[in-house]
Every structure is written in structure tokens, then in C-alpha cells.
Design a protein around this ligand. Structure first.
Ligand SMILES: [Mg+2]
Length: 237
């Protein structure tokens, strides 16, 4: 895997939704309530599940083994009320606007159920397109998801597409496998806890979206230095 700054410059930025745009704290707080545990307990158990290579479903089963959580989804949705402006990380709107102002295409594409698509579009973010796994008929980490995203983009050279995600397993690795460039956003439970396998580097590794516009402009302008040891990015003066 080559580092950022070499090869084609990204002209399209495709962003994951959960923990890249949307802070999922409220989603899990409502789940904790429905499952009868505190938000802190569910968060701790979720973290342990992630470290074990499992998912939120395992955490739900652990804290409430006798609850059929899938049957509570309608109740969860009623209490959660869908994505709201307050769920967006504060760096999202300014970063997306600045990336577009720099002349790049910005697309949102994450694993989301159908009901989230309209909620996402209703937020009226400064983007060129919004598409979810439900509409694409494939979910991450399946290669079919990334192939469907590329088809939706008009089949550009995948190396000109930067995928921005928080999860190593669902975002970073399959996007690299699809030939895309990758920005790993290390926030939220997965972003904090997962590690890249030995020998794998993300083109960019950031704690949020705040620096992304400047880094993309630097990349385009050839002022990109990927010499940092952790695979993160630095911009030369
Ligand atoms: Mg995510």
C-alpha cells in the first residue's frame, strides 16, 4: 500500500456515515435504556466486543441475553427519532463545504437501513449525492458495496476516489481492496479500538474531519508529505 501523496490525486471523496458524520452516542444510549442497562455499561461491553472482533449485536446479547432486541427496533426508532442535526459531529458541515469548494465531488455512502436515507437527505448537507447500502443492495464490507459505489460514481479510476471511514474491518480494508485511497477517521468506538494489520497503511489517518479539506488541497497541489511513522499525513509548508 502506497502512502498518501503518490499516485492519482483524489477527485471524489466518499464518506461513511456512522462515527464519520454522525455521533452514535444517542443511538446506543436509547438501546441501553431499552435493554435495561446504563449507557456506560453498554459502551463498555460494546468496546470489549469490538476488541474480540464482534459487533454491537454481540454486546446486546451479552447485556440482555433474554431480550429479542430485533423486536425492539420499532420502539428504538420511535424513541431515537432518526438522525438530527445535533447528532452530526461539529466538524462535518464545514469540512464537507470546504471539500466541495475545493472542487472535489462529495458523496455519502454508508451501511444504513432504508429509513435513514430520507433522514440523511433531510439534513441537507453540502454533498453531491447520498446513497445507502439499502439502496445499493450490498453492505460493507462486501466488495459488492464498493463496486456499487464506483458504478454510482460513473466508474472512475478507483485510485481517484478517497473513502473516509472509521472502521478497519468495514471501511479501510475493503476500500483498499477495491483500489480506493483511504482516510481512516479514528473516532467512535471502532475507530478508537481497532488497529491496522501489519503492513497496511491508510493514506490519511485523522482524529476527525477538520483537517481533511486542507490535506486534500495539499495533496492536489503536491505539498503532501507522508513520511510520518504511523501512516498519518503531514503537510509541508
Ligand atoms: Mg462508520
Amino acid at each position: 500500500m502506497s502512502g498518501g501523496g503518490r499516485g492519482p490525486v483524489p477527485t471524489t471523496v466518499v464518506l461513511d456515515v456512522g462515527e464519520v458524520l454522525v455521533d452514535e452516542t444517542r443511538v446506543f444510549a436509547v438501546w441501553a435504556d431499552l435493554l435495561g442497562v446504563s449507557a456506560g455499561t453498554l459502551a463498555a461491553v460494546l468496546g470489549a466486543a469490538i476488541v474480540e472482533g464482534e459487533d454491537h449485536v454481540a454486546a446486546f446479547a451479552h447485556v440482555a441475553p433474554n431480550v429479542a432486541w430485533a423486536e425492539l427496533e420499532a420502539e428504538h426508532e420511535a424513541r431515537y427519532g432518526g438522525f438530527a442535526e445535533a447528532d452530526l459531529y461539529p466538524d462535518v458541515r464545514p469540512a464537507l463545504a470546504a471539500i466541495r469548494d475545493a472542487g472535489l465531488r462529495v458523496v455519502l455512502a454508508g451501511n444504513q437501513p432504508e429509513r435513514r436515507t430520507a433522514q440523511l437527505r433531510a439534513l441537507d448537507l453540502p454533498v453531491d449525492d447520498v446513497v445507502t447500502s439499502d439502496e445499493l443492495g450490498a453492505e460493507k464490507p462486501s466488495p459488492a458495496f464498493f463496486a456499487a459505489v464506483l458504478a454510482r460514481l460513473g466508474d472512475p479510476d478507483p485510485a481517484t476516489v478517497l473513502y473516509v471511514g472509521d472502521r478497519v474491518d468495514n471501511d479501510v480494508l475493503p476500500a483498499l481492496e477495491a483500489g480506493m485511497r483511504v482516510c481512516w477517521v479514528r473516532r467512535g468506538p471502532w475507530g478508537q479500538l481497532q488497529d491496522l494489520p501489519d503492513g497496511v497503511e491508510a493514506d490519511l489517518s485523522l482524529e476527525g474531519l477538520g483537517e481533511l479539506p486542507e490535506l486534500l488541497v495539499a495533496w492536489r497541489d503536491g505539498r503532501f508529505d507522508d513520511a510520518t511513522a504511523d501512516g498519518g499525513a503531514e503537510v509541508s509548508a
